[in-house]
Design a protein around this ligand. Structure first.
Ligand SMILES: CC(C)(COP(=O)(O)OP(=O)(O)OC[C@H]1O[C@@H](n2cnc3c(N)ncnc32)[C@H](O)[C@@H]1OP(=O)(O)O)[C@@H](O)C(=O)NCCC(=O)NCCS
Length: 206
């Protein structure tokens, strides 16, 4: 089995949508949770692939995508671009669910209608990211290497900091982020915000 990290190509999109779903339940497979298999990725992957494709790196196993890291270099600009170029057609396609609809699909559709709004408390960390690897690729250092590739690219763009959100129950990912140089910024309801400054004289991921 040969693993390789390379830049994203448009033809990766269907595989990345599936990886998003198969890691979408606090790191576990969310396939059985959603009626529409594309919904999660419509929020957590699609807009990044459209708006900041140069910031997406793909991990392949024998040529087939098995993981990715993606994000936005400027979360405020990303928010505005999503309103212009990503969310409007999705809001037409997926109407606001009934108020008593607590299904996972309905929860993501509500996020699509709410839009993406970066937290003011995270403004010192203007970039943000998502990273997901299928189980076959986990625990072998590829997450760390993908993160290094992503952070090096942000540094080359002179981005001063990056943040992310992780579900409080995703214990493995929380430990991963702490091991690759992120610190806790605040805890929300059911999630934790992590950040990392990217000054060039700071050590990179430890
Ligand atoms: C979380 C994830 C990105 C980590 O990537 P990975 O390739 O498995 O992690 P690595 O092998 O590169 O590990 C890097 C470091 O993190 C630590 N780490 C990684 N996963 C861990 C876990 N589940 N528990 C404890 N520590 C962990 C490793 O011990 C390693 O530490 P060290 O290098 O200092 O010894 C990957 O497991 C994954 O995609 N999981 C499912 C999806 C997910 O939860 N994504 C995050 C959503 S917010």
């Amino acid at each position: 089995m040969t693993f390789q990290i390379r830049p994203y190509h448009l033809s990766d999109l269907p595989d990345l949508y599936r990886i998003c779903l198969r890691t979408g339940a606090s790191g576990a497979d969310a396939t059985d949770l959603y009626k529409d298999p594309d919904l999660l990725a419509h929020y957590y992957a699609g807009p990044y692939l459209l708006l900041d494709p140069d910031l997406c790196f793909v991990l392949t196993q024998d040529g087939t995508p098995c993981g990715y890291i993606l994000g936005a270099r400027d979360s405020a600009a990303f928010s505005a671009s999503c309103e212009r170029a990503w969310f409007p057609p999705l809001r037409q396609r997926y109407p606001v669910p009934a108020a008593d609809d607590a299904s996972p699909d309905a929860q993501i559709i509500r996020l699509i209608h709410a839009g993406y709004h970066p937290e003011a408390r995270l403004s010192a960390y203007p970039a943000h990211l998502h990273i997901d690897l299928l189980p076959i690729a986990q625990g072998q250092g590829w997450g760390r290497r993908l993160m290094q590739t992503f952070l090096d690219h942000l540094r080359s763009l002179a981005v001063p900091g990056v943040h992310l959100g992780v579900g409080s129950s995703n214990v493995g990912a929380i430990q991963f982020y702490e091991r690759v140089g992120f610190h806790r910024i605040f805890e929300g309801t059911g999630w934790i915000a992590f950040g990392q400054h990217l000054r060039s004289n700071e050590p990179q991921t430890n």
